[in-house]
Design a protein around this ligand. Structure first.
Ligand SMILES: Cc1ncc(COP(=O)(O)O)c(C=O)c1O
Length: 436
């Protein structure tokens, strides 16, 4: 183990894994530079970034147009307060841009440092909205099993994983969960699908009483349950149930937003307009940390102008992050990254399906745009996941296998020949598997 790795294991606290696991796999893998769709480790070894870091770098690494916008901002103003009656020009311009881009338009936005904070603000605003409107008991949040909404205490508690109760419980109260639309292993056996998974929301609302439910939150397409793409009418049913019982609909586009699925926002595939939209990751393509919560103006019109909305964050509307987002959004539009994602994703999905259709280690291959997942099967799937990760890394492909899901989501700017090469290496991991 080299000196840098030794220092990493001495001074860094590794979350989301165990120190023993990192050390036994001779990790961590340390990246020191990146360009386009490639990452380079401290020894100069090249890897295709098959996960855009963590579904973040949608525009690709080292894009000079984005960097230029950020560098210019440093000379203007690097930090200013952006809550409690203060603002900066870049945050204002970005909020206006999001209002234009988001489904339904007409939004007001609060900026955070990342996705989890944005989720927390969205949930808080939902409760505040009902309280201000005299519905003081309307405070339960309904979320889904199989979702992921972030690492803070509340965001992790509304996530599908049972991680918080086991490690840092107790879980905050006022949370209910329904099934996720996981068609590949449908809880209701897909028998004449009449969207029972969506109607579970109505069951929960009736069981608790509509006067107790504040909001429903979910990702339009859940990556964390293996790119579970809901049936086309799923979101319309959810929207109708929310309208019927005055429950706010919060859509978490942190991972799916900003061209990842072939449209600017994944909820556009379902033609539904949420009340609140949460964003991060692709908003800046990772050039600076930023999250956002955009609220429809017709929701805000129910909050009197003299209402006090408590506490924001120090780094809200950070000018450097907002400048990064503006340059990034301009880059995305100019390079048609929504269409590029749809085209490249369709190619990759068919390459993987054609070559791996009967592979003994694979249960399903699915995706939309450049948001793709290979679901593993068999008794040894978790052991296989570790061996596959090592195979991919040794063949110069970086990705992550979370539980039984091999995630593939390269930068949307990945050149066609590199996309093909990446597909071949991934296919090789499965077809040469007995050789590993
Ligand atoms: C759907 C979703 N929501 C929220 C989050 C939390 O974002 P962050 O890690 O920036 O706090 C994530 C992170 O992966 C996510 O995928």
């Amino acid at each position: 183990m080299n000196e840098l790795k030794k220092k990493a294991n001495t001074f860094l606290l590794h979350l989301g894994t165990s120190k023993k696991k990192v050390i036994s796999s001779e990790g961590p893998v340390i990246f020191t530079s990146a360009k386009g769709c490639y990452l380079y480790d401290e020894n100069g070894k090249e890897y295709i970034d098959a996960l855009s870091g963590s579904w973040v770098v949608n525009s690709g690494h080292g894009q000079q147009d984005i960097i230029q916008g950020i560098v210019e901002q440093f000379s203007n103003i690097a930090y200013s307060m952006s809550s409690e009656g203060y603002a900066n020009d870049k945050a204002i311009t970005l909020a206006e841009k999001l209002s234009e881009l988001l489904p339904g338009g007409d939004k007001c936005t609060y900026f955070t440092s990342g996705g989890s904070e944005a989720v927390e603000i969205a949930l808080r605003l939902a409760r505040i909205f009902h309280k201000i409107n005299g519905k003081r008991k309307k405070n339960i949040i309904v979320a889904r099993h199989g979702s992921y909404h972030g690492g803070t205490l509340l965001a992790l508690s509304i996530s599908g994983y049972d991680l918080i109760s086991k490690s840092a419980g107790p879980v905050p109260g006022g949370i209910e969960k329904i099934s996720h639309p996981y068609c590949h292993r449908c809880k209701y056996n897909n028998k004449g699908c009449n969207l029972q998974c969506a109607y579970e929301l109505e069951d929960v609302i009736k069981a608790n009483g509509p006067e107790a439910i504040a909001a429903f939150i979910a990702e339009p397409i859940s990556a964390h349950s293996g790119i579970a793409i809901p049936p086309l009418n799923y979101w319309k049913v959810i929207r109708n149930i929310c309208d019927k019982y005055r429950v706010l609909l919060i859509v978490d586009e942190v991972l799916t937003g900003f061209c990842r699925t072939g449209k600017f926002f994944a909820i556009e595939h379902f033609d539904v307009i949420p009340d609140i939209i949460v964003m991060s990751k692709g908003l800046t393509s990772g050039y600076a940390p930023l999250g956002a919560v955009s609220v429809s103006k017709d929701i805000l019109s129910n909050i009197p102008d003299n209402s006090f909305l408590p506490q924001g964050f120090t780094y809200s509307g950070h000018p450097i992050s907002c400048a990064a987002a503006l340059s990034n959004l301009f880059f995305m539009s100019r390079n048609n990254l929504d269409k590029e994602s749809a085209r490249k994703g369709a190619f990759l999905l068919s390459e993987l399906r054609n070559s791996l259709v009967d592979n003994q280690y694979i249960s399903d291959i699915r995706g939309i745009g450049l948001l793709i997942c290979i679901e593993l099967k068999g008794d040894k799937k978790f052991e296989n996941a570790q061996r596959l990760t090592q195979y991919f890394l040794s063949h110069g492909v970086y990705t992550r296998i979370i539980m039984e899901y091999v995630h593939i989501a390269p930068p949307l700017t990945i050149p066609d020949d590199v996309l093909k090469k990446m597909a071949e290496i991934i296919i090789g991991g499965f077809t040469k598997y007995d050789l590993i």
